[in-house]
Design a protein around this ligand. Structure first.
Ligand code: SF4
Ligand code: SF4
Length: 416
């Protein structure tokens, strides 16, 4: 009876927000899919929402959302999610006590709110952006402390840390070379600091808001932190255990050998496979093609853009990230991997070209110094073998056989 009352209360609150039950069930289905469950689990998700939102007046689950080195695109991704307003639904479930881009307050007020939440404990930390550790972390300072110190302080007291977006997972593009501030992901940073708070990694650039919603709903309502199924890199199973290629709507064209080789071509208009234009779908694990973006309307490949592999992020190695591995974008290339070492053939080709150019320059200097550039050194005027076998020599060495004492005749016929 309680359950039904909670569902009714939930619907009333959603109606007040202009969200119909149909739209809300669509959201629950999407959350289920994002969490790797069947859409049939939607009523279970709805009940879970209802149990908290319908029942709770105050006492919501506190969340602190911190920024590392980020573009805040992941915050935007959540904030811009459209009808039904996932962000609002989640915010009904959570009490977002601190967020640099979203908090209405500023200055010491919000810092105090954060500190109070940390001291009270029993909260989740969502972290966006890379951790900067070089120069004693001075590359990023917030409220008179380094960003790294703040992360260590807050993460140590959190129930769980959700690293949202590829920057938070392993530094993302911020960690791409040369990266002098030595960016890294949250999980590696906390491991180095000996902080044992569990970390859930949700890559993507930006992270999909429904992945975050699904993780929060799963952690808070359905499975609990212990029940959350993660892979070896602490990424939620169901979201990041299948390749983009496996769920791609252009897969039939791939199998049929129908490809787009040029943007603007007839093949592009026909929606053929984007593999020759550098699509990284086969190498990238994420269920983008299932969860979709923008109110579940589209995603990169559907919109005609080859996948650039933004979900590839090894949390313990900032150099094994999507930018390092996948640039130049929109060009087909194969990586050569030896253990953790990844290199692209284009890089090898450029390196070899550089080496060759360098060798030619050095050779040129050598020629100049040894005098070979001005007609060749004496020892090179005739090859040793040819000298010993003049009858079989290929070149014309008549000038070389001229005795040294023999001087050319002058125009007047005498010796010069
Ligand atoms: S993962 Fe992408 S969108 Fe998110 S903060 Fe980093 S660069 Fe911005
Ligand atoms: S467009 Fe990319 S992901 Fe889709 S089938 Fe082709 S290679 Fe695979």
């Amino acid at each position: 009876m309680d359950n039904e009352a909670n569902v009714l209360k939930l619907h009333e609150r959603l109606q007040a927000r202009g969200v119909s039950r149909r739209d809300f069930m669509k959201l629950c289905g999407a959350v289920a899919v994002a969490a790797g469950l069947s859409e049939l689990a939607a009523p279970r998700i709805e009940q879970a929402f209802a149990d908290v939102i319908g029942r709770t007046e105050g006492g919501l689950y506190p969340v602190i959302w911190m920024e590392g080195a980020s573009c805040t695109g992941c915050t935007e991704s959540l904030a811009q999610s459209v009808t039904p307003d996932v962000a609002s639904v989640v915010l009904e479930l959570l009490s977002l006590n601190y967020s640099e881009p979203l908090s209405a307050g500023a200055g010491w007020h919000v810092e105090q709110a954060k500190e109070e939440t940390v001291n009270a404990g029993n909260f989740i930390l969502v972290y966006e952006g890379a951790v900067l550790r070089e120069w004693d972390g001075q590359a990023l300072r917030i409220a008179n402390e380094t960003g790294a110190e703040q992360l260590a302080h807050v993460a140590a007291k959190a129930n769980a840390v959700v690293a949202f977006g590829s920057c938070a997972v392993n530094g993302g593009w911020i960690a791409a070379h040369p990266a002098p501030s030595k960016p890294m992901g949250v999980m590696q940073f906390l491991a180095e600091k000996g902080i044992k708070t569990p970390v859930v990694n949700i890559p993507g650039c930006p992270g999909n808001p429904e992945w975050l919603t699904a993780v929060l709903v799963d952690v808070l309502l359905v499975s609990g932190l212990e029940g959350l199924k993660l892979d070896a890199q602490n990424k939620p199973l169901g979201m990041f255990d299948q390749s983009v290629h496996a769920n791609c709507e252009r897969r039939g064209h791939f199998e049929a050998g129908e490809f787009v080789f040029e943007f603007g071509s007839k093949e592009e208009a026909l929606g053929y496979c984007l593999y020759p234009l550098g699509c990284r779908g086969p190498q990238t694990k994420a269920n983008c093609g299932v969860v979709l973006w923008n109110d579940r309307r589209s995603w990169c490949v559907k919109a005609g853009a080859p996948c650039i592999g933004c979900c590839e992020a090894n949390p313990m190695n900032p150099n094994d990230n999507w930018v390092e591995a996948n640039t130049p974008f929109y060009k087909r290339h194969r990586d050569l991997r030896i253990g953790d070492w990844v290199v692209q053939p284009t890089a090898i080709a450029l390196g070899l070209t550089g080496l060759l150019a360098g060798a030619l320059v050095i050779h040129g200097f050598g020629m100049k110094i040894s005098g070979r550039m001005d007609g060749g050194a004496d020892f090179e005027k005739i090859r040793k073998w040819d000298e010993k076998h003049p009858d079989k020599a290929i070149g014309d060495y008549s000038a070389a056989y001229q005795p040294a004492s023999e001087e050319p005749e002058s125009k007047e016929g005498g010796k010069a």
